[in-house]
Design a protein around this ligand. Structure first.
Ligand code: NAP
Length: 292
């Protein structure tokens, strides 16, 4: 047997706080990036109970972790314990990545950059001048809506099962980016005609996610146009009913694995201050794809 040198006294600590954390693929994702780039960092999952969140966050700063990710249900609550938050994270109202510098906690939301990088990488397009339909108004939707607005979308329509949450998101966008957003009722997207107004359709709901893989936010009878881009942020399954539907009309159909990958890569880049090259990103994509 050989000496195990994977963790030494010089190994930097990164990780994830949330509850639950057992299902997360972030440990595999980040530890693979470290191995690929030859970085002496180890990423660990840390399940934290709600009444211990403050102690946990302060403890992570006290032990000089390099940084950590934050997942459900603490993306909002963690903000109370941070020293500084980025502009996007403040607008979205959620932090998914924290970097610790000299014991101070700096919060970011890399879902924004992760989504935009994945969109650009997989479609070759950005949002400047685009008319965008976002289905859903939950946590992921907020990050995506802010990304799309920051990237110069001309109009953003939000559709959500609970209309009050769609209106809340519209108000958030309009107060930060000018009058670009509006909400319509969920029933509107089941009818014909309306969807033709959009260049990009993004599903941010969990409709179609495992185990409810037969579900879709769009009725099967709805017609799409071949020049539309349909992005489903679900990555399990990799091809949802919505994406099958989009492909049957010749649309560019993109799943959420790229967003998952790039939000992780963006966090890693914040922690290390170094860019992860596209060739490495693609290699990691292929490895992660196998475990979904
Ligand atoms: P969330 O905050 O709980 O929001 C869920 C959204 O889905 C809400 O808009 C909710 O509408 C809607 N919804 C749920 N069930 C529905 C149903 N039966 N009919 C219509 N609408 C329904 O969750 P989230 O964190 O935003 O995550 C949403 C999805 O995105 C999940 O599938 C998650 O795995 C995926 N995700 C992917 C990534 C990635 O990196 N690719 C990142 C984050 C999340 P109401 O407001 O009416 O409840």
């Amino acid at each position: 047997m050989e000496l195990d040198n994977r963790i030494t006294g010089k190994t930097g600590l990164i990780g994830l706080i949330g509850n639950p954390v057992e299902h997360s693929v972030s440990p595999q994702l980040h530890n693979t990036i470290s191995r690929l780039l030859g970085k002496n960092l180890v990423y660990i999952p840390m399940k934290v109970e709600r009444d211990r969140l403050e102690n946990a966050v302060k403890g992570l700063a006290a032990i000089n972790m390099v940084g950590f990710n934050v997942t459900i249900p603490y993306k909002q609550d963690v903000m109370k314990y941070l020293d500084e938050v980025s502009k996007e994270a403040a607008i979205i109202g959620a932090v998914n990545t924290v970097k610790i510098i000299d014991g101070k906690l700096h919060g970011y939301n890399t879902d924004c950059e992760g989504f935009l990088r994945s969109f650009r990488e997989e479609t070759g397009a950005g949002f400047r001048g685009a008319r965008v339909l976002i289905i859903g108004a939950g946590g992921a939707s907020r990050a995506i809506a802010v990304s799309v607005a920051m990237d110069g979308a001309e109009g953003v329509c939000i559709v959500n099962r609970t209309p009050s949450k769609a209106i809340e998101l519209v108000n958030l966008l309009n107060s930060n980016f000018g009058d670009i957003a509006y909400a319509v009722g969920f029933e509107k997207i089941t009818g014909q005609g309306m969807l033709g107004n959009f260049d990009v359709i993004i599903n941010t709901t969990s409709l179609g996610m495992y185990p409810e893989t037969e579900a879709s936010p769009l009725d099967r009878s709805v017609k799409l146009k071949g020049n539309q881009i349909v992005y489903d942020i679900i990555y399990n399954p990799l091809k949802t009913k919505l994406l099958e539907h989009a492909e049957s009309f010749g649309c560019k159909a993109v799943n959420g694995l790229g967003m998952l990958l790039y939000q992780g890569i963006s966090a890693y880049e914040l922690w290390t201050g170094e860019k992860v090259l596209e060739a490495a990103a693609r290699k990691i994509y292929r490895l992660i794809e196998k475990i979904i």
